[in-house]
Design a protein around this ligand. Structure first.
Ligand code: XMP
Length: 396
């Protein structure tokens, strides 16, 4: 009878972490849902308009999650439903124009969805007052740099692609320790970016693709450093630029709608998350051009097969990892002693927790077969079946 569950069957599947447990319903609230294992899965105080659910109505696997959110928005909060991404774009563009005036804006473009959409909004708003700096550190996936460059050719903006592969690989030579790799790439990135900024001259604003989850996460105070995440946020203070963050209030799916609205290609709109240190943390052990090329070739097969089978958008991330070891195989009459590729394909809601994707075995077989047949130097493929925690999504 709870307003949240109007028009929904009395039983259904919802995703919930059973590690959490509410022992007692607070006063004023009544219990509105339970599971076999958990007596208190949802509560409500209809009078005060307070609703609490312990499960995740927002994940796809929750059968009636969308209906519950819809009920909450329209029946409980009486929302009008007039927030559209078209309106958002129009008002964001107007706000950027007002703020920037005749100033110059600098943006570090990574090619990921967030920075690309921020760039596209700024391009619409202030065109050639914007300079996008795209640092190609040589740790990108196959053809990624060209795709990003092509996507921005429709706008009249200054696009600077810095080909810094030699520089990054030089710094990474001989380094095997993951945290050290992350620090090197992060620091070098800032240095290259600063140098480019100097070449451009007087700049007034720095634009960033910060989205709402980033805002929340950075507000939670001290958390253990599991891995140092490198984003362009860490620019030195002395650059003294005023920040423009047009996506601060948006969630990822809204950012994607904005991207579509602005006409960015699907390859960017639907791009899976990609770590700042790039393939440096997916080539385990030493990072060399040769090992990066092996990984790129294997990874492009993973991307292609996930896309062709329709799984690319269903999983959170799917990629290849090059392991720092070689194993024995047999090819024709001969013995081989070659590299191993691991497939890391995960489901997740927010990357805080994740589980390995139950891909159809035929698809795994196809990916594995293609990698071993088509990528020189690889004679074995393994599938990672660990969840986060205790593992992480990336291997380093
Ligand atoms: P982990 O490996 O910590 O990754 O489970 C969680 C999510 O974050 C991505 N990731 C990064 N993203 N800079 C980023 O912007 C980074 O340094 C970085 N390291 C990991 C990872 O791909 C996954 O989506």
């Amino acid at each position: 009878t709870c307003p949240l569950f109007q028009g929904i069957p009395s039983e259904g599947i919802s995703w919930m972490s059973h590690g959490d447990y509410m022992a007692q319903v607070p006063s004023g609230f009544s219990l509105t849902a339970h599971t076999k294992m958990c007596p208190n899965a949802a509560i409500a105080d209809v009078q005060r308009g307070f609703y609490g659910v312990q499960y995740h109505p927002e994940v796809n696997h929750t059968e009636y999650g969308m209906e519950m959110i819809r009920n909450f928005l329209y029946s409980v909060c009486h929302a009008n439903g007039d927030w559209t991404m078209h309106d958002f774009c129009q008002s964001a563009i107007a706000a950027i124009r007002k703020k920037v005036g005749s100033g110059k804006v600098l943006l570090a473009l990574s090619g990921g969805v967030d920075s690309s959409v921020a760039a596209a909004l700024l391009a619409e708003a202030v065109g050639n007052q914007l300079t996008c700096v795209f640092v190609d550190h040589g740790l990108l996936r196959l053809h990624e740099g060209d795709e990003v460059e092509a996507a921005f050719s429709k706008w009249n903006l200054h696009f600077r692609r810095v080909n810094a592969e030699t520089r990054f690989l030089g710094k990474l030579a001989g380094v095997e320790e993951p945290e050290q790799k992350r620090k090197i790439v992060g620091e070098e990135f800032i240095r290259v970016f600063e140098e480019e900024a100097k070449k451009i001259g007087a700049v007034d604003f720095l634009a960033q693709g910060t989205i709402y989850p980033d805002v929340i996460e950075s507000g939670t105070g001290e958390a253990a450093t599991i891995k140092s995440h490198h984003n362009v946020g860490g620019l030195p203070d002395h650059m003294k630029l005023s920040l423009i963050e047009p996506l601060r209030e948006l969630f990822k799916d809204e950012v994607r709608q904005v991207a579509k609205e602005l006409g960015l290609p699907d390859t960017i709109v639907w791009r899976q998350p990609f770590p700042g240190p790039g393939l440096a943390i997916r080539v385990l052990g030493e990072v060399t051009r040769e090992r990066l090329d092996i990984l790129r070739a294997a990874d492009s097969i993973v991307q292609e097969e996930l896309r062709n089978s329709g799984w690319y958008r269903k999983v959170w991330q799917g990629f290849a990892v090059l392991l720092p070891l070689r194993t024995v195989g047999v090819m024709g009459d001969g013995r081989t002693y070659e590299h191993v590729i691991a497939l890391r394909i995960v489901d997740s809601v927010d990357a805080m927790t994740a589980d390995w994707s139950r891909l159809p075995t035929d698809l795994i077989a196809k990916i594995s077969g293609r990698i071993i047949n088509e990528v020189n130097g690889v004679n074995r493929v393994v599938y990672d079946v660990s969840s986060k925690p205790p593992s992480t999504i990336e291997w380093e």
